[in-house]
Design a protein around this ligand. Sequence first.
Ligand code: SF4
Length: 423
Amino acid sequence: MTDFSLTDNHHQNHIQNKECRRDLLSGTASISIYIHIPFCVRKCSYCDFLSGPRTPQLQERYVQALIREIGAQRDCPSGTPVDTIFFGGGTPSVLSAGQIGRIMEALREQFFILADAEISMEMNPGTADADQLSALKKNGLNRLSIGVQSMHDEELRLLGRIHCAAQARQAFDMAREAGFDNINIDLMSALPGQTFETWADSLRQAVEWKPEHISAYSLIIEPGTPFSDLYDSGKLPALPDEETDRSMYHYTRRFLAQHGYERYEISNYALPGRECRHNTGYWTGHPYLGFGIGAASYVNGTRFSNTADFEAYLSFCEDDLRADNLCKDDHHEDGLCEDIRTDVHVLSQEEKMEEFMFLGLRMTAGVSGADFASRFHKTLDEAYGPVIRRHVAQGLLQPTADGFCLTERGTDVSNYVMADYLM
Ligand code: SF4
């Protein structure tokens, strides 16, 4: 296995010094990487993510295609430092540890994965396997995000999850035994049939497990899902009303804070120092490259997404590999990554400022005036003075030492507040 971080002496001499490494790479700033794995054992009833059941043969073809795409990328110079990697989906844990290992190897050949990189993978408790988890840990993965969703079997059954609450606990214990000391668990509120009491009980059990991080999202009924059809035909058990939903949210914040988990983003809570670095990058404008179908990227001031067409993605990657094997030298220059790419958009200065505001305000720390000025060469007041003053007067925003953040009331209506920063 080629391990760039261990075989390249040039870099090895500086393995503990990020700044030196950046200088060596001509000042190249670090990026994050997202890998999309679009496979699930079975589709959950509420899910509109790009995922579905596939055969082992298709999974293997997809892994080979991913490896090809990673090797063909030309958006970042070879050896660009990588500070976070996130395997999301879908259910990345349906892949074997060997397949994940080969994807990691391809990343190491193409990029310089920093020694302290956060490398996360989403795991469905229904796919947990002790040997796989140990192998993943050995392969450098150091953070797991486990889709627990609820501690109540009836709620899990309605969601169409493939696991029960006891299996989720077993998966968590297996991850600990494999050596993962940085684990998130996902929980969902506002579920059909859920009461304030069952939500509070899920939270109570979750903190007993002592994960480092808890993501607590409200269910959204997405069009085109089985839940949406059941909802429209009146067959879905009652959803918590708006007032109950809001009291669940406020209770979550208070209860988790009492147990040491501070909210640092609208739906995310962490023990001190255990915030998810990968997701924080999304909210703070850090560049990232996405690989796999539907994966989004933001590099060099440009946003783009890969095709969401599974067959088209496989064909492009396999054709590119065949061209390479035939020694046709036009395959990279024409650009595999260009072929599979859709929705390429170069952000204007105004759009970058908008993103800075509406993503930054998701964070509890809010937006920094100094950071804004250094990026955009104007002050927050010059760009957004009237709207900021209005939000402060309405009790939706409050000043921080160096900028502004949402108040509790502003958090309750955050979509409304953030929309005001779109020009
Ligand atoms: S496991 Fe996740 S990605 Fe897969 S169907 Fe369920 S919610 Fe969707």
